[in-house]
Design a protein. Sequence first.
Length: 404
Amino acid sequence: MDMNTFCRKRCVMAAAVLCMGAAVFFTGCGSSAQPKSSAVSVKAMKVIQQDTSVSHDYSGQVKSMDAVVIKPKVSGSITEKYFRSGDLVHEGQALYKIDDRQYESEVLSARSNVEKARTALNNSMIDLGRYQRLLSSGAIAEQTVTTQEATVASNQSSYDDANALLQKAEENLDDTVIRAPISGKLSVDDVGVGTYATSGNTSLVSVGSINPIYVQFSISENEYLNFRTGDKPEREGGERPRPPKATLTLSNGQKYDEVSTEYIADRELSESTGTLTLKAVFDNADGVLLPGMFARVTVEGRPLKDAILVPQRAVQQVLDKSFVIVVGSDNKSVSRQVTLGDQVGSYYVVKSGLTKDDNVVVEGLTNLKEGQELNVTETTADELGLSLTSSDGSTSASASVSAK
């Protein structure tokens, strides 16, 4: 290799080393000039502070106050029917007539037996009087009088038995006319004329009262305790607080006009479900409510003054604790443990852990940790589709609110 060739190779290698150094230098300068941002983009909104009246919704079913399946007290063929299916009837109204010929005969026979027994009794009493007079004059033995007294007692018993049989025969005759035991509405599954009805066995028709009417629903043990003791404000003179109002929403979404403040509670909680059955009594003069219908029962709760409300979507559950992420004064995330109360539509009532000035994160919570810098976008309840009322019929709470 000559000297010129060796010099050219060394020059090429030196140039390559210089180029690589320059690339590393300029790359390093570029990295220091454009640092990567660590702020997390989130959406946040202020908590709501309002006067809130919490109410609870329950699934209920309409039932009659009284319902009776009518069965005959005597057997026989039905000869007359005095109503149409589904009629409204009043207590004591005649519904059916059972063939009464044999029962009339039994009454006539019983009356005849009564007359025979009365005659025998009267004759024996006349004889007893005559024997007593003869005994006083010594004309007959005392045993004759004693025997006659026994005959009078026996005839008196026979007379009483005949009267009892007459009364029973007359009652059977009366029972051939079947009457409504209560006022209410008849069912449509009634039997027709010509049907042979067996005493105490054949179901002729049913009748149920429809005004007033009650709606049956179940509440938990805690709700019952709050219902009885948690909603009692201090009143002067020891006045008993008024029961909460209950309203109905029918299956078509229509609100029922009447309001109830009268409740009937079961005597014990169900062992299988741990719930207590309640019945709210409603006026039903127009007959809108029918037994078997389903409705949502809304029972008002205690009013909450200046309640703090936070969106449910802002709450994170960890084991048995609840947390929210608050935007701190330095624009960093701060974790707060909160104590939750009732559910109110899309919100929770917060008993402790937040103030009215807090700004809570509602979107971007995934993998968000305490102390991270935040890039906050303010949002509103309308933008998030939040509501203060319940939109379904499940057991939950809704609220009526008045803005501060």
